[in-house]
Design a protein around this ligand. Structure first.
Ligand SMILES: C[S@@+](CC[C@H](N)C(=O)[O-])C[C@H]1O[C@@H](n2cnc3c(N)ncnc32)[C@H](O)[C@@H]1O
Length: 254
């Protein structure tokens, strides 16, 4: 259960003031670049930097819930690059992008030997060549780092990265109830359980969802596997044809 708890590093500077300044100015993603830049190469100053691939991603790759139809992978909001490097190590052809040029440069320097196409790009304004181009999309805690006004658009954009049959593996903070989500002060912002339906609206079918019980704050880290139906329908793609609906609780892990 401990691996579900990857909270903000206690030693990292509190980004609240920086975030507030950018949100007030109408720049929901504007705070990432200054946060990375002011860290000046010290990963300890990045609240989410654990400098390892996310354990869910590793578990998923060790035992994929659904077979990935090919080897083209993209990492959304790649940060310091650990998930992208892990995918490349396993033989995927990887594009990894982040809105922060400093993060992308930092990741590239950390993983000089990794065969990754590192890019500065905005999920909310995707370059055309990324749309529909991937068999596997990995999104770890990017959506939860965005305020509510852009989260639906972010989830929709994640969906557009997949080609037919493409799979999305997502890790995100979810509130145990809509009330907790409403009262929650981000970042990260705990998503309301009902929000995950945005993936369905983007044409993705939910294949699996795992989460622990909500913690003492009423939130939990959710791991989600989704798939765009293969061309010609879901036959042969989703196990059991996927799971219906966009609501939440399915598989509490023990
Ligand atoms: C909470 S961090 C997670 C980073 C990384 N996935 C990890 O787990 O360590 C969110 C990341 O998403 C990036 N990001 C936020 N909004 C983005 C956007 N619209 N397009 C691309 N990257 C974005 C941020 O710069 C940041 O690196």
């Amino acid at each position: 259960m401990e691996r579900f708890r990857r909270r903000r590093r206690r030693d990292a500077p509190d980004p609240t003031a920086l975030v507030a300044e950018h949100l007030e100015a109408g720049r929901p993603t504007g705070w990432f670049e200054p946060l990375y830049a002011r860290a000046d190469g010290d990963a300890g100053a990045i609240p989410w930097a654990h400098q390892t691939a996310h354990p869910y991603v590793v578990d998923w790759l060790d035992d994929p819930v659904v077979e990935v139809p090919g080897r083209r992978a993209v990492v959304v909001g790649c940060g310091l690059g650990d998930d992208a490097a892990e995918l490349a190590r396993r033989g995927f052809s990887v594009v990894a992008f982040d809105v922060s040029p400093t993060a992308v440069d930092w990741a590239r320097r950390r993983f000089r030997r990794a065969d990754v196409d590192w890019r500065v790009a905005d999920l909310l304004d995707l370059p055309d060549d990324l749309v529909g181009a991937f068999d596997l999309v990995v999104e770890v805690r990017t959506v939860q780092s965005l305020p509510g006004v852009v989260r639906d658009a972010a989830m929709h954009a994640i969906g557009t990265l997949t080609g037919p049959g493409g799979v999305v593996v997502a890790v995100t903070l979810v509130a145990g109830s809509n009330e907790v989500a409403k009262a929650w002060q981000g970042p990260p912002w705990a998503q309301a359980p009902s929000e995950l339906a945005a993936y369905r609206a983007a044409g993705l079918e939910r294949v699996a969802l795992e989460h622990p019980d909500p913690d003492e704050r009423g939130v939990m880290e959710v791991r989600l596997t989704l798939q765009r139906p293969p061309a010609g329908g879901t036959e042969g793609g989703l196990p059991g044809g996927g799971l219906p609906g966009g609501g939440l609780p399915i598989i509490p892990t023990g």
